[in-house]
Each structure stands twice: as C-alpha cells, then as structure tokens.
Design a protein around this ligand. Structure first.
Ligand code: IMP
Ligand code: MG
Length: 180
C-alpha cells in the first residue's frame, strides 16, 4: 500500500459553502433541461460525492432521478492519464429509451467521458448528457464537452470532494490544488 503523499502545498480553490451553492444551481439547470424520467449514471470512484450531493439538491426542487453506477478504469502514471479506459463494473439497469445523464468529477482530456458517452449511446437510449463538477479548459485531447459544469478551474492537479491523489484526499469537503 502506498502511504498517503503529504502535500507540500494545498490551496483551497472552492470551499464547502461555494460547492453547496453551485450544486444547488446545477440541480436547477439539470431539472429544467431534463425534467422527466432521468437516469443518472455516476462514474466511480471520483463522482460519488458530487452525485450524492446533486441527487439531494434535485430532491429539494422536486426532481425524482434514478441513479446507477459505472466504474471505469483509466490508466494513470502519477498525475498523468495514459489514455486507455476500460469498464471495470457496468451499470445494472436497462437504460433503453431513457434520458441519461453521466456524472463525473472532472473533465480533463475528455477520454473518460468520450468513452462513457459512446458506451451508453450504444444502448438505445433517448439521449446522453454529461454533468461534471469541474473542468480544466485547454486540456481536451478528444472532442467531448460537458452540458453542465460546476466550476472551471485552472490547470492544477486538484483533490477533495471525491477527487483523489493515489486514492487519498477524497474525503476533503473542499476542492484544493495540491503539490506533493
Ligand atoms: P480525462 O479522461 O483526462 O478527462 O480525465 C478524467 C479523469 O481523470 C477524472 O475522472 C479523474 O479521475 C482524473 N483526473 C483528471 N484530472 C484530475 C485532477 O486534477 N485531480 C484528480 N483526478 C483527476
Ligand atoms: Mg475519475
């Protein structure tokens, strides 16, 4: 087991309160655009915090989404993604005919979301949209964009709110740029 890398520097980009406010308005945007029979597919592991806050924010405005989970594995070396993505654990439900909203923690190169989108589009769905908590502009390697974005952030490696470094730091209630 790799020990938790101790940060040389950890700079908070978005506080817990800012995140809560942004997630509430994202929920309103999503409920307005996709009002009926929404199936959310949360990509694990990074989006579980975002997904759990978002569905409760949607409940507060009367939306009734369903939720499923897909675990993708993208290969990383340190903080760099190598590009190869595979399905480690698929969703359980049949999503044929459904409006699907993929949830992820962050859109960077776009490879993860392009893969997820093309996989779900093979399943006779009505539509596939994408919501991400974070996006880094100028980093796209493939042509995929999110329909709903929490925050656009500068090009730093970030942790917290579900995002990890070596599977640590997911528990931080804020989003922080980290240097190790
Ligand atoms: P993409 O496939 O390059 O768009 O990257 C998406 C995935 O890489 C995300 O789901 C994250 O798991 C991971 N990732 C990208 N940037 C960061 C970061 O700054 N911190 C933590 N994980 C990241
Ligand atoms: Mg991830």
């Amino acid at each position: 087991m790799q020990p938790r890398p101790e940060p040389k520097d950890l700079k908070i980009l978005h506080t817990e309160a800012e995140i809560a406010e942004r997630v509430a308005s994202l929920a309103r945007e999503i409920a307005l655009a996709l009002p009926d029979d929404l199936m959310m597919v949360a990509l694990l592991r990074g989006s579980f915090v975002f997904a759990s806050d978002l569905i409760r924010a949607m409940h507060k405005i009367g939306a009734k989404p369903q939720v499923d989970f897909m675990t993708l594995q993208s290969y990383h070396e340190g903080t760099q993604s190598s590009g190869k993505v595979i399905i480690h654990r698929d969703i359980v439900d049949d999503i044929a005919g459904r409006d699907v909203l993929i949830l992820d923690d962050i859109l960077e190169s776009g490879r993860t979301l392009q893969f997820a989108k093309s996989e779900l589009l093979k399943r006779n769905v009505k539509s596939v949209h994408v919501a991400v908590m974070l996006e880094k502009p100028g980093k796209r390697k493939v042509g995929v964009e999110a329909d709903f974005v929490g925050f656009t952030i500068p090009d730093h490696f970030v942790v917290g709110y579900g995002l990890d470094y070596a599977n640590y730091y997911r528990e931080l209630p804020y989003i922080a740029a980290i240097e190790v």
